[in-house]
Design a binder for this molecule. Structure first.
Ligand code: SF4
Length: 227
């Protein structure tokens, strides 16, 4: 796992050294997701893991998701490039409603309620290609456990649904990415997904500020690293 951490940290630092433009950051994030997916697929194949996840199953899309600024800007760009005006308007309405329902909740209270992610549309992730790392970490091998977590959201003692190898591999790569980014002078604060995506879509200045080394969304800054 140390090798994955070192590889990611060095890859990200090097890739961001030449340019921190919006285009380059977007390309660095997409390549990171491709490497991550490749490693997770290898682990699944080599260990013959019976993955239970499939399109239409979305128990885990009712959990609180925490993300870093680069993931938020990648999602915002994907929405701006691929959604129609109507789809964007509907999405913004959903995000505003979701943000309203989580406003005032502590991190723990949010985890303990089944609040549907606003990016979920007709049962599937509307930004699946660029879904954040925390969502990629959720590779269930037991749908019954996902169901139990969903049906008893207040029971935070239920262990994570994913296989340890997949969780560890994702976590290590994400930490390598985070440290590489920090080395390149970019802030890596964690944010709540819905609030941060709304801010990024509404205010293009957030991205410019972040690429200059500042916090992207100070109003929504999170205190605790969750992965
Ligand atoms: S971003 Fe996509 S995969 Fe992640 S919680 Fe939202 S709908 Fe689900």
């Amino acid at each position: 796992m140390d090798a994955i951490y070192r590889e990611e940290r060095s890859e990200i630092t090097q890739s961001l050294k030449s340019s921190k433009s919006a285009d380059n950051v977007n390309s660095v994030v997409i390549k990171f997701y491709e490497r991550l997916s490749g490693r997770l697929s290898d682990i699944v194949r080599e260990n013959n893991l019976p993955i239970a996840c499939h399109k239409g199953c979305n128990y885990c899309c009712h959990l609180r998701v925490e993300v870093r600024a680069h993931e938020v800007f990648t999602i915002a760009r994907f929405i701006q490039k691929t959604f129609t005006q109507d789809q964007t308007r509907l999405l913004l309405d959903r995000i505003r409603d979701t943000v309203e329902s989580i406003t005032g909740l502590t991190r723990e209270e949010h985890f303990a309620k089944n609040i549907e992610c606003a990016l979920l549309s007709r049962g599937a992730c509307s930004v699946y290609e660029v879904r954040p790392s925390m969502c990629r970490k959720h590779h269930s091998i037991d749908v019954e456990q996902c169901k139990r977590t969903f049906e008893t959201p207040h029971d935070l003692a239920i262990p994570p649904v994913g296989h340890q190898l997949l969780i560890q591999s994702t976590r290590t790569a994400v930490l390598g990415f985070r440290d590489g980014m920090e080395k390149a002078g970019l802030d890596s604060t964690l944010y709540e997904l819905n609030s941060a995506v709304l801010a990024a879509l509404k205010n293009p200045e957030c991205g410019k500020k972040w690429r200059k080394g500042k916090k992207a969304f100070p109003k929504y800054a999170e205190a605790l690293p969750a992965m």
